[in-house]
Structure formats: C-alpha cells, structure tokens
Design a protein. Structure first.
Lengths: 173, 383
C-alpha cells in the first residue's frame, strides 16, 4: 500500500457499493467481500476525503457541518478506522508523536463535543434462513454440482450455505 | 418451485457474497418463547400489518410479544419490516432487527449490480430472461432493504437453457441463479404469453425484464400457496402489489384461466386483506376475499407460528439412513413433512373450499411416499 503525500487522505471509489440509510452509510467492499456501517461522523469524513483536504480542513468541515468544534483527534480516529477497513486509497502517514487513539482514549482525554465519535462496524449476516429456502447438511451433501443451489443450511452453522466443494460435491460452508 | 429448475451457482466477475462476509454471522439467542405457538402467528400478522406502506402505523404489540416473534421474523425474512413497524418503540429487539435491515439494505445494493451483470451477459448471448420475485418485488417497497431475497429466479425459453448457462461466468461459486424453463402448471401462462406483456426496467444502465404486474401477482399468489404460505413476507408482497397496482391493472389478465385457480388467487388476496390489512377496495374478487374458507386463515397463522416452516424439514430420504438405527426419530421426520392444509390442497389440485382438509393432507402424504421411498432406496444403495 502506498503512503499518501502530506496527509491528504483519499477515499476509495472503485469496487465499492454504498447505500445511505437513515443516520448511517453502508459500504460493501467488492474486493474483500466485507460490509461496513459508518455512522454519520465517519461517513462525513470518508465522503470528504478527496485527496485534497488535510486533517485540519476535514476537522473544520466536520465542525461546519455539525456546527460544533471538532478536535483533529476525531479525524485521526476516523482515518484510522477507515484505513483499517480498507476504505482509503492509500495508507495515512501518521504524524510523528501522535499515538493511534481508540474511541475509549478520546473519551478518557475528554475529546467529546456535541458530535458522535466516528464509528465503523462490520455488518454481520443475519440468521442463515434470511434468504432462500434452507436445507439440511445431509440434503446439501447429497447434491452434486452444478446444483448445489446455494441454499442456507439449517443445521450447518450460522451463515452457512450449500456450495460447491471440490470437483463435483456440495457441502455447507 | 415447481417446474423445471436449473440452479447455477457461479462466481460473478465482480459480485459475490463471499463466505468471509457471511462468516460474521449474527446469531440470535435462542430463548424460550413465553407464548403458545398458536399466538405467534397472530402476533406476526399484527406486527406486519401495513408494514409495506410508506407510512407505517405504530405497532400494537407489547415488547414481550415483539421479543417472542423476533427470531421467527429473522428466520422468515420479515425482520426488516418488523423493525420498521417497531422503529419508534424502545423494544430491546429493535437494534437486532435494525442490524438485519442494514444487512438487507447493503445486500440489495450488491444484488442490483449482480442482476444488471447477469442481464448484460444474457443479452450478449442472445438469451432473454424474465426475472421473477426477488428484485422485481423488492423494488416496489419504500426501501429495498425491507425485502430481502437471495437467489435470482429467471424464466427462460427451454431452447435457450444451454446458452443461458454459458452466459454466466465460469468459476467456483457464489452466484446463485435459478434458471426455470417452466413454472407451476396452475400458473397457466406460457413463456411467450408472459414475455408479450413483460416490462423493461432500467437498472445500472441495463434493461432488466420483469413480468407485468398482472402476471407477477398471479405468480406470487401461486408461489405463496405452493409453499404452504409459510413466509409472512410473501403475503406482504401480495398486499404491496395490490395496493401499488396501476389504475389500468388488468384483472382479467391476472385471473383468466380455470375458475379454480382464479379462486386460489382470490383467496390469497383475501388472506392479505384479513391477516395483514391489505386494502382491496375496487378489486373484482372482494366478495371472495371477505369470505374465505374457515380453515384457511387459521392454517396460515399456525404456519407462521412454527419455528422454521416446512421448507426447513430435513429430507426423509436423507435422514432415513441415520434413522434406521433410531426408529423413534423417524416418525418425527415424517411428521415434519406433513403438508399443511394449504400446501396439501394445492398439491392435490383441490378447491379451497370449506371441506375437511385431512383427506387431502393424507393423500398428499401418500403421494410423496413413493417419491421418498425411491430416493431413500437410491441413497441407501449409494451409501
């Protein structure tokens, strides 16, 4: 991964699916097949990472948006989470002397304004039966490719589906 | 789904709901339900009433009733609609249901790219599929995240089957398309008839073909019946289609065919009205919708109160090998395959009238015995 020049973070644009829902931005990474939920603060920072704004500018923008003072540490926390979630083009060059801070650290040192701290969470799959007709492991094992079907497995563990296994078999995984 | 199915499970060039995504599974805690099962279906109906509309009335359910049906709603695909209905409440289940809504919402975004990709590939190979259910219904909801779907049901001409399979990208997995060359006989529509009235909807710069509302409503009513009505979400689909129909909706087209099957459709519409409050003003089957067979609504509510629904029953033909050494388990499995009155009636091609359903259920069971015996013998020999 490259390191961005002069802390001008740039949001990734390719291979992502985004969906805005009330109060949150959902992002699906088509490369890594992971989905994330960004709260408003994280989403605002991410959407404004255009490779031309630095951290103080992002802090000011967030402050203007929320009509509240925003400590730059909040932006660093957001960038840290965005970077870990692979939602930035490049690695953020962390300033010397600034330790990576957690949300808890920010609360402890009193960096709390009227805005919520940035939060990015991974979206988990609900119970296996959400979509498609569930089948049992044995029913899945009895199938052969290309007719594994992809059905959720009712007793193969949460989130498992009947998928191709090896050359011709199917199994819940 | 009855008819010829050809499931193709391929990896798309860009889209796949990979196992890494699914692995972080949301597991709903299994807690004892403090209500009789018979009440749960009733709760589900009350909770989902009018939940498909742009403005949802506040739920009449108590928090403990919501808690009781939350696992059912998650397993049956109606969690996001339930979340919507209880959005303003301080129910402790709201956050869990919202998590499902998030998952559905982003999944919908991924599926939409997926569908556009499939239609583009099909078109490039000279195949003209018609997309049923899934996105074709989800697009009608105020938010696609309220209506989850998994596999993509495509109806194609029989002679285009091989070309359709080739159109999908080769690869290992995670691209679930169900190719159908026919549907239920009772649907009484040929591919060409449906094609002649189908509509093209633009999705990510690709034209996606779906049936006209009349043919689609007929289909989803049939689908609901043939699956024993076990998902409340499917009845919400029916309700939504009725309420969002265009002023020139052609009821003759929707209902034409044998009287018995038109009556089946009227009964499903009646269920949508009586159980979840669909507005059926101005439709030609209003009288029938108000006068359903006495057993029908209770049978659906009972089914909704069941933990998984019959589609989750393990195939007896697979379990029989194991159960030969545990004879007490066999009756349990056979019982789980016992058709509910709705499914038995349509499988036996019967009128949905006030006659006793037990003989039909028994006949449906007997009819399945030979198939199960044949598959069981094959499995035992195979092992």
């Amino acid at each position: 991964m490259k390191t961005s020049n002069g802390n001008l973070p740039k949001a990734r644009e390719g291979d992502l699916v985004t969906r805005q829902i009330p109060g949150e931005l959902l992002v699906y990474d088509l490369e890594r097949h992971k989905a994330f939920c960004l709260n408003n603060t994280a989403a605002t920072v991410w959407k404004n990472c255009n490779g031309r704004r630095n951290v103080p500018q992002l802090a000011q923008l967030l402050a203007d948006t929320n009509k509240s003072r925003v400590d730059e540490k909040v932006i660093w926390l957001a960038l840290d989470q965005l970077e870990k979630s692979n939602l930035l083009c490049d690695q953020v060059s962390w300033p010397a002397g600034l330790a990576r801070l957690s949300r808890r650290d920010l609360v402890r040192i009193g960096v709390l304004g009227t805005i919520a701290l940035p939060l990015i969470t991974m979206i988990a799959s609900p119970a296996a039966a959400q979509t498609g007709t569930a089948i049992t492991t044995s029913a899945c094992n009895a199938r052969s490719q290309p007719n594994c079907g992809g059905n959720p497995c009712s007793n193969g563990g949460p989130g498992t589906h009947c998928l191709a296994q090896g050359v011709s078999n199917c199994s819940c995984k | 789904m009855a008819g010829q199915e050809h499931t193709v499970w391929r990896k798309a060039s860009v889209i796949a709901l990979a196992s890494s995504f699914r692995a972080h599974a949301f597991v709903y805690p299994s807690t004892p339900v403090p209500f009789p099962r018979s009440d749960l279906g009733q709760f589900a109906a009350r909770a989902l009433a009018r939940s498909w509309r742009r403005t949802v009335p506040p739920t009449p359910l108590k928090p403990e009733e919501i808690s009781a049906i939350t696992p059912l709603a998650i397993s049956a695909g109606s969690a996001a609609l339930l979340w919507r209905a209880i959005n303003e409440t301080d129910s402790s289940d709201a956050e869990n249901l919202r998590a499902v809504y998030r998952y559905n919402a982003i999944n919908a975004g991924v599926h939409e790219i997926h569908i556009a990709d499939i239609f583009e590939r099909m078109g490039a190979n000279g195949v003209e599929p018609i997309l049923f259910k899934g996105w074709g219904l989800a697009r009608l909801y105020p938010d696609a995240g309220f209506r989850p779907y998994g596999d993509l049901d495509l109806w194609i001409r029989g002679q285009e089957l091989e070309a359709a399979k080739k159109a999908l990208p080769a690869g290992e997995h995670l691209y679930c398309v169900e190719l159908h060359t026919s549907f239920y006989d009772q649907y009484e529509r040929s591919f060409d008839q449906v094609m002649s009235c189908s509509q093209l909807v633009r999705l990510h710069d690709v034209d996606v073909r779906i049936p006209c509302a009349e043919d689609h409503l007929r289909f989803i009513c049939m689908h609901f019946l043939f699956h024993g009505g076990w998902r409340p979400l499917w009845l919400c689909d029916v309700a939504l289609m009725i309420e969002s129909r265009a002023p020139d909706f052609d009821w003759d087209r929707c209902l034409s065919g044998k009287r018995k099957y038109a009556d089946w459709i009227a009964c499903v519409i009646g269920l949508a009205h009586q159980l979840i409050g669909a507005d059926i003003a101005g439709i030609p089957v209003t009288r029938r919708a108000h006068n359903l067979p006495r057993w029908l609504a209770p049978a659906i509510l009972r089914q909704w109160g069941e933990e998984m629904g019959m589609s989750f029953a393990e195939e007896v033909s697979f379990s029989i090998k194991r159960d030969l050494g545990r004879p007490l388990a066999l009756p349990k499995h056979i019982k789980s395959h016992w058709r509910n009155p709705v499914q038995a009636s349509v499988e036996m091609d019967a009128w949905l009238d006030d006659r006793w359903r037990m003989p039909l259920q028994a006949a449906a069971g007997l009819g399945r015995l030979s198939a199960i015996a044949r598959r069981s013998a094959a499995n035992i020999l195979k092992s």
